[in-house]
Design a protein around this ligand. Sequence first.
Ligand SMILES: Nc1nc2c(c(=O)[nH]1)N[C@H]1C(S)=C(S)[C@@H](COP(=O)(O)O)O[C@H]1N2
Ligand SMILES: [Mo]
Length: 342
Amino acid sequence: MLIKKRSGIEIPSSEITPESVYLSRRQFMRGAALSTAAVAAGGLLAACGAAEADGTENIATGSAAEESVVQTAMPGSVSATADELGDPLNSFEEITTYNNYYEFSTNKEAVAPLAKDFPTAPWRVEVGGLVNKPKTFGLEELLAFEQKERIYRLRCVEGWSMVIPWLGFPLAKLLNEVEPTSAAQFVRFETIEDKENMPGVNSPLFPWPYVEGLHLDEAMNDLAILSTGLYGKALLPQNGAPIRLVVPWKYGFKSIKSIVKIDLVDTMPQSLWMKAAPTEYGFFATVNPNVDHPRWSQATERRIGEFGRRETLMFNGYGEQVAHLYDDPNYDTTQGTQGQIR
Ligand SMILES: Nc1nc2c(c(=O)[nH]1)N[C@H]1C(S)=C(S)[C@@H](COP(=O)(O)O)O[C@H]1N2
Ligand SMILES: [Mo]
């Protein structure tokens, strides 16, 4: 994992466009750059589609050391060309044209063109439930959290992966601001359901809106971030603009896009994928090469841009930071995607 502090990310309030003013995608991008940087087939859903057919540590790896790696970079650029395992970043082109975003299309290449004009401003994220201080955050308030670069591997449950330089901030920072009560045990996230601008949500095959969840302990882990950008630029709609979750030690479907609602709850949320295909996509869904998906192996993956396949790493290579979360003997890691608290 890389955590790098970037300069120029703090946005002076004078630069912030009032939320009430509608901005076109292009205007928003310019503003951001200036200021910050299944198909049902015989009952089987092709979840996130179907399966597709070590390096030197070049960067500090301890968390204290990571926090102290401070570099500056101009918006639009990145501060490193590889992740902490030495794996090169995927290109901006790859990251923004090969996407899973079923609200637009189940065809990865069709998502970007369909999402091109998706309105992402104004935007609000309503945070509530079991909290002392419920709050609705406007985009400018979300961008006011210090945005840092995090270079993470993203491993899709379908068996492909990428290395992506996100910009964002720890989810814990937002959660601490609303003060979860002692009754809160899980966090439930919801994506916007915009029937007018998202052709896919008219599909009756999925129980919209897209919902995901984390256990509160997972949500408070420093690796879990809310991302507002990548490659030093504001997120494009196909990647979940204006704000999405990134949970790098779990299969990609947990990293829910274009969030409008976050609730602290006391029972395990039912995600869209748990409802759509309960035998295939469990709640925890930690990356585990030893546990096959019911329809394909999870032992290897295809890194986009590479030939051949590489081995999938336990917890997607983030075990040092997150394995302790699952020490609880009640957590059954042998279940992989289906991993669950018994
Ligand atoms: N709302 C929403 N979030 C979503 C999805 C989706 O279809 N809808 N797809 C998920 C899946 S399966 C993956 S692999 C990642 C892909 O993120 P990327 O397109 O930014 O690489 O987004 C996840 N988040
Ligand atoms: Mo995925």
